[in-house]
Ligand binder design. Structure first.
Ligand SMILES: Nc1ncnc2c1ncn2[C@@H]1O[C@H](COP(=O)(O)OP(=O)(O)OP(=O)(O)O)[C@@H](O)[C@H]1O
Ligand SMILES: [Mg+2]
Length: 272
């Protein structure tokens, strides 16, 4: 069965995200369309500033509404997100859709324990008790490979190493078993062993819950490992899209060709 036979879970049509700045209009995203079905992973690659993060922050509704002009459609499970109210988005964020952010430290509050931050997201969406939320936080820390999670759950972010903070962020994004998970360079700061562990965790989650995943990375090795389809962004647009085999095996856009050539282990021997 090809992806076109199935109803997309996420459908983006002609998305434009333009910022007005002192220097003029920045067309961060400029006419982007793609679909993602349940249980599949879309890898997004593209040079720095090509609009990857802005696209995904817009899906979550985390853009500055006053300074941002947005056009197009973002349908999640048939619901239009661009016209959703803040309240509706709050119900969806962290629950039906969630994001692992590029910068873990900036995304965690320094004044609350790791366990509280993971547990609060769970409590907000499930209405469970504080002790159940703590139990869930410990379970999630264990799943992302934090040793002695029952002790570390009470640590503050500054007591965690960079890699541990990134894993805590991942635990927070996964705590409600989201149907759409957006991962913005989630493993870049981690060493390869932990990176492999996180990739396995995401694959397990996807198998268990049929999660749709958007995975943003500069690392084609990661794409080769985790993606089903690949979308290449350049200047706020999609310049190339196809199955992993098509894009990595026979890249068309100069950016993709260059990226592939800069990865000796993949060049000429893409194991997809
Ligand atoms: N709030 C904002 N106001 C003005 N311009 C912005 C804003 N947010 C992002 N931009 C600009 O939009 C463009 C796209 O940014 P974005 O963060 O999506 O890039 P990216 O592809 O994620 O890059 P990277 O790989 O470095 O993370 C950049 O030119 C950026 O400077
Ligand atoms: Mg980014």
């Amino acid at each position: 069965m090809t992806s076109t036979d199935q109803q997309p879970f996420l459908s983006i049509r002609d998305l434009k995200v333009h910022f007005s700045t002192e220097d003029g209009i920045v067309k961060a995203v400029d006419g982007l369309s793609f679909d993602l079905i349940k249980g599949k992973t879309l890898g997004i690659v593209g040079e720095s500033g090509s609009g990857k993060s802005v696209t995904n922050l817009t899906i979550l509704g985390l853009h500055d509404r006053d300074r941002t002009a947005i056009e197009g459609e973002i349908l999640l499970d048939g619901k239009e997100l661009l016209t959703a109210t803040e309240k509706e988005l709050e119900r969806l964020r962290g629950n039906k859709m969630s994001m692992i952010f590029q910068d873990a430290l900036a995304s965690l509050s320094p004044y609350h324990t790791i366990g509280t931050q993971i547990g609060e997201t769970y409590r907000k969406h499930t209405g469970c008790s504080k002790s159940q939320a703590r139990k869930r936080a410990i379970e999630m820390l264990r799943r992302v490979g934090i040793p002695q999670p029952d002790m570390r759950v009470d640590d503050y972010p500054h007591q965690f190493s960079g890699g541990m903070r990134q894993r805590a962020m991942i635990a927070m994004a996964l705590v409600c078993d989201p149907e759409l998970l957006i991962a913005d360079e989630p493993t870049t700061a981690l060493d390869v062993t932990v990176q492999a562990q996180i990739m396995d965790l995401l694959k397990d989650l996807q198998q268990e819950f049929g999660t749709a995943i958007i995975f943003i990375t500069h690392d084609l090795g990661v794409i080769a490992d985790i993606a089903d389809d690949v979308l290449v962004m350049y200047g706020g647009r999609c310049v190339e899209r196809g199955t992993k085999k098509e894009v990595l095996g026979d890249p068309q856009h100069p950016y993709t060709v260059g990226l592939l050539n800069s990865m000796p282990s993949l060049n000429g021997s893409v194991d997809v």
